[in-house]
Design a protein around this ligand. Structure first.
Ligand code: NDP
Length: 282
């Protein structure tokens, strides 16, 4: 008939900067693959323009947006409500319009637990997390909400490490413990899962993660949040020791897959998203 629907559902990614953020590539690739009439637009928004950008979202009827640095906390007072983990973490990476209200969610930690669930049950596990920044907070809280038994936070700075361990201990059913990083950390023998949630190893950094590799056992699961390169030195060494490993692409892909589910209700093909990133990084 020649009549085409030119209307797309709009999603943004607000950050400053956003030029090094690969999310748009995997989102657009999977929208195309799934024949979804959605567009995902990376948009640089300076800190003092977030409120105006959010007004624009409402005026133009965006279904939602991701927010990355420096907006993950600053968006909170502007929103109509928060999901459970976003509330506990005090950070939002995904905003979803539901019945006219814009609700803040955090899919970073959920993306991680989704990857982890593909290789093990989280319930009852003891988990050591290196780092206490945004990624570590998201992972610690979400694993605790998935009924992990114990979360051990190892961090260089005492205050943020202690804060996160206390947040877990006081606000979730899991126990939270803090170990101050001093040289290399020895992984306690009863730990099931070891996670690097620092930026050590992010391209072009090739520094070694401060974990005593001789304390890793082959029955441990070892993972890294670094998406680029996916095979970090840490992951390579842990694989050589016989550990089951999970790379940072899993978290990145799954947080996006969960966000799409929130925005559209649709379960999309994660392999297409992962391949889009692999192609981009190669
Ligand atoms: P933050 O800046 O919030 O936190 C960084 C953390 O790393 C802090 O705990 C910091 O310790 C620690 N750290 C940094 N350098 C060193 C070092 N040389 N030695 C010891 N500790 C160090 O960053 P984010 O948590 O937001 O991000 C961390 C990484 O996670 C990034 O590389 C990012 O790419 C990745 N990420 C991946 C995601 C994914 O989907 N795969 C999602 C989100 C993040 P201290 O407190 O002492 O400074």
């Amino acid at each position: 008939s020649g009549i085409v629907n030119c209307q797309n559902t709009l999603i943004a990614n607000f950050g400053m900067p956003v030029w090094e953020n690969p999310t748009e590539f995997m989102m657009e690739a999977v929208f195309k693959h799934e024949k979804m009439k959605y567009r995902y637009i990376s948009t640089e928004v300076p800190k003092d323009k977030l409120k105006a950008a959010f007004e624009g979202v409402k005026a133009m009827g965006y279904k939602g947006f991701n927010c990355t640095l420096p907006h993950k906390q600053n968006i909170i007072p502007l929103l109509d409500g928060l999901g459970e983990s976003a509330e506990l973490m005090g950070a939002v990476n995904c905003v979803v319009e539901r019945d006219g209200l814009y609700i803040g969610e955090n899919t970073d930690g959920k993306g991680y637990t989704e990857s982890l669930s593909q290789v093990t049950k989280i319930e009852g596990k003891s988990i050591l997390i290196l780092g206490a920044g945004g990624a570590a907070r998201a992972i610690a809280i979400e694993c605790a909400l998935e009924n992990a038994k114990k979360i051990i936070i190892v961090n260089r700075s005492k205050s943020s490490g202690q804060d996160l361990a206390e947040l877990v201990e006081k606000n979730t059913a899991a126990s939270g413990e803090f170990i101050q990083l001093d040289g290399e950390v020895a992984v306690p023998a009863n730990v099931d899962i070891v996670i690097n949630a620092t930026n050590i190893g992010l391209y072009p950094d090739a520094t070694k993660v401060p974990i005593d590799m001789s304390t890793l056992k082959s029955n441990m699961i070892v993972s890294d949040v670094i998406p680029n390169p996916p095979q970090t030195q840490f992951i390579k060494e842990a694989t050589a020791l016989g550990c089951t490993t999970i790379d940072g692409l899993g978290m990145l892909v799954n947080q996006g897959k969960i966000a799409i589910k929130y925005w559209s209700g649709k379960d999309v093909n994660a392999d297409v998203m992962r391949q889009a990133l692999v192609d981009l990084f190669n």
